[in-house]
Design a protein around this ligand. Structure first.
Ligand code: ADP
Length: 634
């Protein structure tokens, strides 16, 4: 036997790191070895194609797994390109030296480049075997070579390499599993069901059959008809993987049923998805994507527990269960997967985050999802509204977040209830039917559509025939504030001081009226103290004597939302009490100003509290309020 060779120095440290920390799940060793085997077959197949070797066809290739409980070995055999002695030394003696990558560099230019679709390019996968094995034996015979070599290692100490016998080309890797300890049990990797499960999970779409002999039992032929049939056991070779992933099939081959079944099985939903997006792209980024919009929001969707992300495959091999970087937050409801051959099968999440290809793919997907939603909105309004009732809130959060950066993606996807017919409308719908002289897009916030519909603040707008958007979710007004305008039209809170509706003459007349009643307004403002910034005459009120509005950027609704959040800092909108000078109550106020200043104070306070109630805000002192009313009644 030959002398033990040391791993190259840096390899030793890397190997140690590898075994102990890089992979969190040791079960992935199987995925790595299968991927290597599949690569090796790809390489041979590629040579066969490019050099016109006859007699090799795709059907001849396979990856075989054998489990031996007695000797505690798991053996993986492929009939790929195999390795020469030098290749064994170079590829397995130096960690992070990837033969696959070198191969791609040599052969990857020109026409055939895209045919080479090789998973392992990083050069560490093989060593993951040491996470579960105390001894790794690699017997390999390069295609076209006469000799076979055996590489063997027990880990960091080094490896040996010796000539040996092997019938046909390819590689056989035999792992002797580590001994069980109190905390760790390695026996699971000797169980048929477990190996089947792992292949299904990580390597289902490897294009060559991954086979495993499985023990089964059957009734003995000659005892079939007897009263006591006897059983015998036999071995069947089971192919564990399904090989062709649905997303690699062409759309024309697939039915709605196929997609729905795949979705329900894979993502464990009991309902069909409401929309399927199947796309393949070539060019700057080559990938297949299969995305689904669920029919219903998962129960934890709007909680912290919800984790967004798409499954990520590198050439058919699952490398991440939930890759968050593929989806923006506002589309976090999308489920599905992406398979690309352009991704290097990197070793850690952190590295993946900086992957340029991944970024390109993510931005393509975003566009795709957006256009899909837009087409749904156009073609099936009812379905879109259903979608929106599930995920609309998330889109609105998206508008608000990152300082409105995602405006272009999202502004045409959101809906609000309109004062017209109380139906959901888009901003484009609204703008398309604005009145000729109308300057703003008006909105009003409140608890429910019904409540907003009765608010005094929008009476004038309604009278003028202007449409008003009714905002009922907390985030709505924040989102619109972030948006500022749509199609050149600014948003205007119907409860803000100036609605921009008055003509110059009307303004002049209002100013005059204000001056005439200056003393009354001042007296009322004094009575309210710092509860309001101003008391003034209103031009918007029709049937109500008073209402609240606000000056400045912070509206009453925003004040409500912000103050409901867990924070010590409370905010206060600049409140304005608006009075309707044509209302009989106003005449009463004028009378009182002349005759009974005490009572004026009481009335002022009553009007203010009424306005608060209509706004859905609490009255400040309910007992005083109720006493005042009783006083009036007596
Ligand atoms: P990677 O697969 O990321 O390149 P590995 O450490 O898994 O890194 O493997 C190192 C190299 O060893 C591979 O690039 C390949 O050239 C070679 N190799 C590994 N397994 C096999 C195999 N089953 N058949 C042929 N070559 C293999």
């Amino acid at each position: 036997m030959s002398r033990t060779k040391q791993f190259k120095a840096e390899s030793k440290r890397l190997l140690d790191l590898m075994i102990n920390s890089i992979y969190t799940h040791r079960e992935i060793f199987l995925r790595e070895l299968i991927s290597n085997a599949s690569d090796a077959i790809d390489k041979l197949y590629y040579h066969a194609l490019s050099e016109g070797l006859s007699g090799l066809s795709r059907e001849d290739f396979a990856i075989d797994i054998a489990l031996d409980k007695e000797n505690r070995t798991l053996t993986l055999t492929d009939n790929g390109c195999g390795m020469t002695k030098e290749e064994l030394e170079n590829n397995l003696g130096t960690i992070a030296k990837s033969g696959s990558l070198a191969f791609k560099k040599e052969n990857g230019d020109g026409e055939n480049a895209k045919d080479i679709d090789i998973i392992g390019q990083f050069g560490v996968g093989f060593y993951s075997a040491f996470m579960v094995a105390k001894d790794v034996k690699v017997v390999s015979k390069a295609f076209g070579s006469e000799e076979a070599w055996c590489w063997q290692s027990q880990g960091v100490e080094g490896y040996t390499i010796d000539p040996c016998g092997k019938e046909s080309h390819g590689t056989q890797i035999e792992l002797t599993l580590k001994d069980n300890t109190e905390d760790e049990n390695y026996d699971e990797f000797l169980e048929t069901y477990r190996v089947r499960e792992l292949v299904k999970k990580y390597s289902d779409y490897i294009r060559y059959p991954i086979r495993l002999p499985v023990q089964k039992s059957r009734v003995k032929e000659d005892t079939k008809d007897s009263e006591k049939p006897e059983y015998e056991s036999y071995t069947e070779i089971e192919t564990l993987n399904s090989m062709v992933p649905i997303w690699k099939k062409s759309k024309s081959e697939l039915t709605k049923e196929d997609y729905n079944n795949f979705y329900k099985e894979k993502f464990m939903d009991f309902e069909d998805p409401m929309r399927v997006i199947h796309s393949s792209t070539e060019g700057t980024a080559t990938y297949n994507a299969l995305l689904f919009i669920p029919a219903r929001a998962p129960y934890n969707y709007y909680t912290r527990d919800f984790e967004k992300g798409l499954q990520l495959y590198a050439s058919g091999v699952l490398i991440m269960e939930k890759c968050p970087d593929l989806l923006p937050d506002y589309f976090s409801f999308v489920r599905g997967l992406v398979d690309s051959q352009d991704l290097s099968l990197n070793i850690s999440r952190e590295m993946l985050q900086h992957d340029r290809q991944l970024k390109i793919i993510a931005s393509r997907l975003e566009k795709k999802i957006k256009s899909e939603l837009e087409s749904l909105l156009k073609s099936d309004r009812e379905a879109y509204e259903k979608f929106f009732s599930n995920f609309g809130l998330q889109l609105k959060y998206g508008l608000y977040s990152d300082y409105g950066m995602h405006k272009d993606v999202l502004q045409d996807l959101i809906l609000f209830t309109s004062s017209f017919e109380k139906k959901l409308v888009t901003l484009a719908d609204y703008v398309s039917r604005m009145k000729e002289e109308q300057k703003y897009i008006y909105y009003m916030s409140g608890e429910t559509v019904e409540r907003i519909d009765h608010l005094p603040q929008i009476e004038l707008l309604k009278e003028k025939g202007y449409e008003v958007l009714y905002l009922t979710d907390d985030v709505d007004e924040f989102a619109l504030t972030m948006l500022r305008e749509y199609d050149g039209k600014e948003f205007k809170n119907a409860a803000s001081g100036d609605l921009g509706l008055e003509s110059e003459e009307e303004k002049e007349a209002a100013k005059k009226l204000g001056e005439e009643n200056k003393e009354l307004l001042e007296a009322m403002q004094k009575a309210l103290g710092d509860r309001v910034a101003q008391v003034r005459l209103s031009s918007r009120l029709k049937s109500h004597p008073a209402c609240l509005s606000s000056d400045g950027d912070l509206s009453l609704e925003m004040e409500k939302v912000l103050n409901a959040m867990p924070s010590d800092q409370k905010v206060k909108a600049q409140r304005v009490l608006e009075l309707n000078a044509s209302h009989p109550v106003f005449q009463k106020l004028r009378e009182l100003q002349r005759e009974d200043s005490q009572r004026l104070e009481t009335y002022t306070s009553l009007l203010y509290n009424q306005a608060l109630l209509m706004e859905g805000l609490p009255v400040e002192d309910p007992i005083a309020f109720s006493n005042q009313i009783c006083e009036l009644m007596q």
